[in-house]
Design a protein around this ligand. Structure first.
Ligand SMILES: [Zn+2]
Length: 585
């Protein structure tokens, strides 16, 4: 097959000298020498397999270029064979000569490589075939006749939109992934990670390929939401403390950073548009790519082109004139250009003898005329650089390249920033405490004001001072108990000047001021300490409400000291930098 002697010797040497040992109770057994060549699971075998299968691809390409196989369609379809491991798909015309040529190639390939095709295990899937075509095919190919949708590489392939039961399969798989008994033992912060990296991660492959229908996204979101808040498949409204749309925002915008499935699918599928633009030699690059209009629109905004030879930039559609497109510069002219021309005409073709003028169709109004003249002016000093290829730049990333992350974040451009996000998510604190702070920031903790509003049983007043109505701001900064607690806690590190004043109304405002008032050297530590203090106050309050404990500043401070020691041991560097020693040291 064209491999040189040296290469063959190396491979033969590897094969004839390799051995296997079986570990039995940790003790390697006798050596078993391999005399039967490669086997499944050999580290060498996948690589060799790819090399061998590549030959099949080349044989088919050769047959096509020599005219032994007819073109698949009037369009320049290059993709005749798709190989993935031992999954092979051939695209064939239902024609006697094409089928027999392919069978011959498979025969030759099988004899040379030992990889024989098992026709019994193969199937024929007709795409727009007449009865006559089918008869020819069945006479020549003794394979089972199957129908779309079929499964290839784990994805359903279909000529039509997938029906409900085919999509339901993906929803069910997500539900199957929920860890049963363990969920109750996980904190919400732990379940958040499970939701993002397991439940959402599993979907990446499918949403990269297809548009999940709205009902499926809703069903999957129900599972993700139920698991986040309750550790179960389903949760009622009352269990879900923060609205799901908010949860699905990036952390910088006030969410938990769990991916929004619709946007995630858009961002991932934009990759095909990007590859189509930047790597036009991919075999599928000229096929139509179905993405929603929003994705096309966003892509048009996100990519600008630097024209070199003008061969891979579209004259009418791309943004190639100082980051602007002709549809923006000359909208009235753009409106009278045919859709086909917009999709096809490259800058090089259009500029050649001003061929773009011939793209204009229909009546030329004064507006169109003005646009033509303006464009004429703009283009008059534009020169192609034939020695340089066109370059496409993704505007929303620093390196000018598309990434799914940059595309995903792009969909949130212009949204209002959530002020405390860095203090919550970038500060060292156990994840469950940061999750709690996130709930505080959205005022979603079950303090008595919120319970009362919903008509739920609640403590009459603040369980710590018994003087005022309990709100999250009261509990964390306004309450006399809280202020005494903060004063002593901060005094332990010599920062008592930061403690909340009696006039303080909002915990978040106080936190921001206290954090900004410290030098950058200790800011991390102060932020950790404030999260720690708020967490201790909240737990102290819960012990008073649910276990009937008596409020005690001294008691809360003892717990805080213990917790501080644990956090420092666990790696809270900022905390250990705070100068003063721990009480009891
Ligand atoms: Zn109080």
């Amino acid at each position: 097959m064209g491999f040189g002697q040296i290469w063959r010797d190396i491979i033969c040497g590897l094969l004839s000298s390799s051995t296997t040992q079986v570990l039995l109770n940790g003790v390697p057994g006798e050596c078993i020498s391999h005399r039967r060549g490669l086997r499944q699971g050999d580290p060498l075998s996948p690589m060799l397999f790819i090399l061998v299968m590549d030959v099949l691809g080349h044989l088919i390409a050769q047959a096509a270029s020599e005219g032994l196989l007819q073109p698949l369609s009037a369009r320049n379809l290059q993709h005749r064979i798709s190989l993935y491991a031992d999954d092979v798909v051939f695209f064939l015309r239902p024609d006697v000569s094409d089928i027999s040529v392919t069978m011959d190639i498979l025969q030759i390939f099988g004899e040379a490589s030992g990889l024989n095709t098992n026709l019994q295990k193969s199937s024929v899937l007709p795409i727009r075939c007449g009865d006559l075509d089918l008869t020819i095919t069945q006479n020549l190919l003794p394979c089972a006749l199957a129908e779309f949708p079929c499964k290839y590489l784990g994805l359903p392939l279909s000529l039509k939109k997938l029906n409900k039961s085919q999509v339901q399969h993906f929803v069910d798989r997500i539900a199957d992934q929920l860890p049963g008994w363990k969920a109750e033992l996980m904190t919400r912060a732990g379940r958040k990670i499970q939701v993002q990296f397991v439940l959402t991660g599993m979907l990446i492959y499918i949403v990269m390929a297809t548009d999940l229908p709205a009902w499926a996204i809703k069903a999957i979101d129900k599972i993700r939401r139920g698991f986040l808040w309750r550790g179960r498949k389903e949760a009622r409204g009352g269990h879900c403390l923060v609205a799901w749309v908010k949860v699905c925002r990036p952390t910088g915008l006030g969410g938990l950073g769990i991916s929004d499935l619709k946007t995630l699918g858009w961002a991932l599928r934009m990759r095909w548009l990007w590859l189509q633009k930047t790597e036009p030699n991919r075999p599928w690059a000229h096929l139509p790519i179905h993405v929603p209009d929003q994705v096309k629109a966003f892509f048009a905004v996100a990519v600008i082109s630097e024209v070199g030879d003008g061969e891979h930039t579209l004259f009418w559609a791309d943004r190639w004139l100082h980051g602007q497109s002709i549809s923006e510069l000359a909208p009235r002219l753009f409106a009278v250009i045919s859709k086909r021309r917009i999709k096809q005409h490259t800058v090089k073709e259009a500029l050649n003898n001003r061929a773009w003028i011939t793209d204009i169709q229909g009546a030329i109004t004064v507006g169109v005329m003005v646009d033509v003249l303006q464009l004429w002016d703009i283009l008059s000093d534009f020169v192609l650089q034939p020695e340089r290829e066109d370059k496409h730049i993704w505007r929303f990333s620093s390196n000018g390249q598309y990434s799914a992350k940059a595309a995903y974040e792009g969909f949130f451009l212009g949204a209002t920033l959530f002020a405390p996000w860095e203090r919550i998510w970038k500060t060292w604190a156990p994840p469950k405490c940061r999750f709690f702070m996130w709930l505080v920031a959205h005022n979603k903790c079950w303090t008595s004001d919120r319970l009362a509003r919903r008509g739920l049983p609640c403590p009459d007043g603040c369980p710590l001072c018994d003087q005022e109505q309990e709100t999250i701001n009261h509990l964390l900064v306004q309450c006399v108990f809280a202020r005494e607690f903060w004063f002593i806690l901060l005094r332990q590190v010599g920062l008592q000047a930061l403690s909340p004043q009696p006039t303080e109304n909002s915990f978040l405002d106080w936190w921001e001021r206290a954090s900004n008032a410290t030098s950058s050297l200790v800011r991390q530590g102060v932020n950790s300490l404030i999260i720690l203090g708020a967490w201790i106050l909240w737990n102290h309050r819960n012990r008073c409400v649910f276990d009937g404990a008596a409020p005690s500043v001294a008691g809360a401070l003892v717990v805080a000291g213990e917790e501080r020691r644990l956090w420092t041991t666990a790696g809270a560097r900022g905390l250990s930098l705070l100068s003063a020693h721990l009480p009891g040291d």
